[in-house]
Write a protein that binds this ligand. Structure first.
Ligand SMILES: Cc1cc2nc3c(=O)[nH]c(=O)nc-3n(C[C@H](O)[C@H](O)[C@H](O)COP(=O)(O)O)c2cc1C
Length: 194
């Protein structure tokens, strides 16, 4: 059965991207897919430095996350846009996970054959759409297929209630729909290719 690994590029308490992710995760689960939702706070990594990698290898957290990626076919990612790009936390995490642990390991081992859906929430008017353009390019460079649909949420500060739920029910369905679309695509691909 297809499994999805879900994470947010913001670990801020009260992160709007985390809230967006939670809703899409619920949509994917509704479609009968197992989702592992993680918080990147639980996978702390130093800023990537090749001297550090050569002297100490992958940080324990990067190796752990890499193994988790290998155990999941789907990726559900929400990231804030910082100055037009996905968060440094997300980029740094993906950079570490892209590194090989053994000489015989195929390039970008953890990402091959993965299918992803991407989302962004922003307190600004653009909804983080610009950051998703480069996130798509980054994921493509890693060998990940990204479904064409995506969700961006502008003015996120006005969209959520105190309890984390959305004011707008239609919007909730659209976000859940992205999670369920990823689940459906994964199920179809897995039946075909596995
Ligand atoms: C350094 C920095 C740069 C930002 N750049 C953008 C930007 O380019 N576009 C945008 O829509 N919002 C930008 N923002 C606002 C963030 O989208 C907003 O803080 C958002 O809520 C962060 O996501 P989170 O709520 O998941 O932590 C920026 C915020 C910071 C701190």
């Amino acid at each position: 059965m297809a499994k999805i690994l879900a994470f947010s590029g913001s670990t801020r308490a009260g992160s709007f991207n985390q809230r967006l992710l939670d809703i899409a995760v619920a949509g994917a689960r509704e479609s009968g897919v197992e989702v592992t939702e993680i918080n990147l706070n639980d996978f702390p990594m130093p800023i990537y430095n090749q001297d550090l990698e050569f002297s100490e290898g992958l940080p324990e957290s990067a190796a752990e996350l890499k193994q988790l990626m290998l155990d999941h076919k789907g990726l559900l990612i929400a990231s804030p846009e910082y100055n037009g790009f996905p968060s440094a936390l997300l980029k740094n995490t993906l950079d570490w996970v892209s590194r090989p642990q053994a000489s015989h390991e195929p390039p970008l081992f953890a990402f091959r054959g993965k299918i992803a859906a991407v989302m962004a929430a922003s307190q600004d008017q653009g909804g983080g759409v610009q950051g998703l353009v480069s996130l798509r390019i980054l994921l493509q460079n890693l060998g990940v297929m990204v479904v064409p649909d995506q969700v961006t949420l502008a003015k996120a500060g006005d969209a959520f209630r105190e309890d984390g739920r959305l004011h707008n029910h239609d919007l909730k369905q659209i976000i859940e729909g992205l999670g369920s679309e990823l689940a459906d695509v994964l199920n179809k691909m897995i039946v075909r290719f596995d």
